[in-house]
Design a protein around this ligand. Structure first.
Ligand code: PEP
Ligand code: MG
Length: 756
């Protein structure tokens, strides 16, 4: 049964539109459960009614005609209660509503289960049987499982339907889709879909590039090339494989000449599609027929077909990408955008990025932040294939996008874009001003970095130094561990550029969501697994090389600070300090003259909050990594769009933890800084000032704003606001109070930069 379930869900997820998805569902479920009727009712856009959208068993003409209010009839009851209803004789139930056009009077047994996606009622899946009987537990369980699994696919198909028929007029303006913030900022532009070469599913819809004739010609050429490839493979394999096995390649060649492949694709091109998408749809259609078959041998043919599809596509794509013309304000869209795809767009045309997969730590997001380009990641519902050429608004602060914005929405965002530009220009003057509160407290603002390309922007933005240099970034963009000399060079550049301003180099922090391509770590629960200091302590050869490189890079300079990530116990800290000492001793033996740098511990695990004082006593400073600390305190994956609305740095538990860290550091007489994204949130920055945090480290794009906040408040006022917030129990109330405070001092323009 599990296998059937998996196949149904897989098939539904590749449907071209909602209707096809629903037809697949009713057909397959009826067949799999051996029932007489399977139907799907979906909520109408008014959210008050349900409409029969697909059926196998009832009169097909009634589809689109049967409409029930919430709570009306048995289907309405299921939707209203969000619970299954299982009856042996539906007609006996007082809520039974008879629709003569369906012909359902013949069916007695009724089982309806709700289809719910992220708390949203999408509709009802109904099974009916002629005989009077209650569906048994197994049927109920199966239908519930199916409905739960199908909800995502239905929601996705619905979304695609709302995006509009291919190349047609949009059905709904301002379609909003949530993802996670990748890089802050807002942008309006035209979507350009970047797709992986030879990946059929990522081919976007497009019109013929030059003409229908050209597309058909290109397609026929590509088919011919694959046919030749097959012939030559067959020749090569002659003697290696038996004649029986060689027949497989004949089957390939036959498929290549079949009407269902060639003619159907040409028909689609003639209907106005470019060859690549026409091929994609034909392969989908044909593989569906094979996928349907129970015979595993025949099902395998679907794999062969997909292989053929990919081969043809490879030929269609050769040489095509280079001619791509990027619009003035390109919003690059992709299933899983890569740094190289980003690099293909001329910088002056790149307005923003949206990726269906990936997180704020993905390379593209890191690059986007370095380039100051807004990015939204992890938009799992992104209808990538339908988006090419579409107008898109992206909000990198909140991690959301809007498709086909209405004039009003576009104007609203255009205002924001303009305001941001003005703000950035206005703030440029702040670069040379010190970050001093109104009552004279200096709170240095440092920049977070990971790319050498950041050096100049960081300096120009007026950063007081680098508060967090993520050394894993240079590790991630290589195809092997960088050697000691290589690392010395990188670290030296950054240290000397900022000297005498401090530069905090964090030791390698991989694991969790940050993978090195050449050092794969596969774990079921990577955020609680082997990451950060845990890896480097287990690999002293990697750690010592890095520590030596950092120390050597600081020769003759005095601004190096070293920071250890993910410390959760004193033991780990002691281990790390021992290795640092050893690295320095080695270098002294080798006649280098290197002073001991300042050393800090990141507080990003709850245990470190409780150990703050003890940790601080053993080092020179603490630095709170609020990105991880919030995720571990609230048990909310920082990269999961499904729970993104639970991730909140203004949660009272987070504020209490931060206060405790600050007090712990003070008791030990050591300074504490914050280097997570929280420090870049203007509202949160007020509280951090109030807590007596000694310095902040933020991404370059936010630096001037944070400075502006510091210069606009006195520490006394910030403390007052903090005390009020500490009495509050709800993050939303805390946010409202702080937004209000920002507005009062004329910083209303910064309110948007705070996440909710
Ligand atoms: C943090 O966790 O807040 C932090 C600064 O580290 P990273 O975002 O690199 O995990
Ligand atoms: Mg971290």
């Amino acid at each position: 049964m599990l296998d059937i379930l998996r196949r149904i869900v897989q098939e539904v997820s590749t449907a071209e539109d909602l209707h096809q998805a629903l037809d697949i569902i009713v057909h397959r479920v009826k067949q799999a459960l051996g029932i007489d009727v399977c139907s799907v009712y979906l909520m109408a856009p008014d959210r008050q009614h349900l409409m029969l959208m697909a059926t196998e068993g009832l009169n097909p003409d009634s589809v689109g005609h049967v409409r029930l209010a919430l709570g009306e009839g048995l289907v309405g009851l299921v939707a209203e209660r969000a619970e299954p209803v299982n009856l042996d004789n539906a007609t006996d139930h007082p809520l039974f509503r008879y629709f003569p056009e369906t012909g359902e009077e013949r069916y007695h047994a009724f089982l309806g289960v709700p289809i719910v996606h992220h708390r949203r009622m999408l509709g009802v899946l109904v099974a009916q049987q002629h005989e009077r009987r209650r569906f048994d537990d197994e049927h109920v369980a199966l239908l519930i499982t199916l409905a739960a699994q199908l909800a995502g696919a239905i929601s996705h198909a619905e979304l695609i339907g709302e995006v509009g028929p291919r190349r047609g007029t949009p059905r709904q303006a301002n379609l909003q889709i949530m993802g996670i913030p990748g890089a802050s900022g807002v942008a309006i532009g035209t979507a350009v879909v970047a797709y992986a070469a030879a990946a059929l599913d990522s081919v976007p819809d497009r019109e013929p590039v030059v003409s229908v004739e050209e597309e058909i010609h290109a397609f026929r050429e590509a088919v011919q090339r694959v046919r030749e490839e097959m012939e030559s493979i067959k020749l090569r394999m002659n003697g290696v494989l038996s004649s029986e096995e060689l027949l497989l390649f004949d089957a390939y060649v036959m498929m290549l000449g079949s009407d269902s492949l060639v003619l159907r694709t040409i028909e689609r091109i003639e209907a106005g599609s470019w060859a690549q998408a026409a091929l994609r749809d034909t392969i989908r259609e044909s593989t569906r027929a094979f996928d349907d078959m129970d015979d595993p041998y025949l099902r395998e043919r679907a794999t062969d077909l997909r292989d053929i599809g990919r081969r043809i596509l490879t030929h269609l794509q050769s040489g095509q990408r280079k001619t791509e013309d990027f619009p003035e304000r390109t919003i690059l869209i992709g299933e899983d955008l890569t740094a190289t795809q980003l690099a293909e767009v001329p910088v002056e045309r790149l307005a923003g990025l949206v990726s269906a997969r990936g997180t704020g730590s993905s390379h593209v997001a890191i690059l986007a932040r370095a380039m100051g380009i807004p990015a939204v990641m992890g938009v799992s519902d992104l209808p990538v294939g339908r988006m090419d050429g579409m107008e898109v608004v992206i909000d990198g602060y909140r991690g959301q996008i809007f498709l086909q914005p209405s004039r009003e929405l576009r104007e609203e965002f255009q205002r924001l874009v303009d305001e941001e530009r003005e703000l950035a220009e206005g703030l440029r003057n702040l670069a040379l001003e010190p970050a001093t509160t109104q009552d004279g407290v200096v709170i240095p603002v440092y920049a977070n970095s990971g790319l050498l390309a950041d050096i100049n922007p960081s300096k120009q933005s007026g950063a007081d130094g680098i508060g967090l240099y993520r050394t894993e970034v240079p590790f991630m963009i290589r195809d092997r561990f960088p050697g000691e000399e290589e690392q010395v060079e990188i670290y030296r550049q950054i240290l000397s550029s900022f000297d005498p301003r401090p530069v905090t180099l964090r030791t390698l922090d991989v694991g969790g969501d940050k993978a090195l391509p050449y050092f794969p770590v596969h774990e079921d629960n990577p955020f609680l697994g082997w990451r950060g200091i845990r890896i480097t302590l287990d690999h002293p050869e990697i750690f010592l090389t890095q520590l030596r490189a950092m120390l050597r890079a600081s020769q003759g300079l005095s601004n190096l600070q070293i920071l250890f990530p993910m410390i959760s116990s004193l033991d780990e800290l002691k281990g790390a300090l021992r290795l640092l000492q050893r690295a320095r001793d080695e270098l002294l033996d080798e006649h280098y003259v290197i002073p001991m740098p300042k050393v800090g511990v990141m507080v990003e695990v709850p245990s470190a909050v409780y150990l703050a004082e003890a940790l601080a006593r053993r080092v020179d400073f603490l630095s709170v990594g609020s990105n991880d600390l919030v995720q571990y305190l609230l048990a909310v994956d920082r990269n999961n769009a499904r729970v993104a609305d639970l991730y909140n740095a203004l949660h009272p538990a987070v504020l209490r933890a931060l206060k405790q860290v600050s007090e712990g550091a003070k008791k030990a007489g050591k300074p504490v800084s914050i280097c997570g994204e929280m420090a870049a949130d203007p509202a949160a920055a007020i509280l951090l000032i109030g807590m007596g945090i000694d310095s902040l480290s933020v991404n370059v794009a936010s630096l001037a704003r944070v400075k502006w906040v510091i210069r606009s408040f006195s520490q006394a006022r910030a403390r007052e606001l903090l005390n009020q917030c500490m009495e509050m129990e709800e993050p939303a109330a805390i946010r409202a109070l702080l937004n209000n405070a920002l507005m009062q001092v004329g910083l209303g323009g910064l309110v948007r930069a705070g996440k909710t």
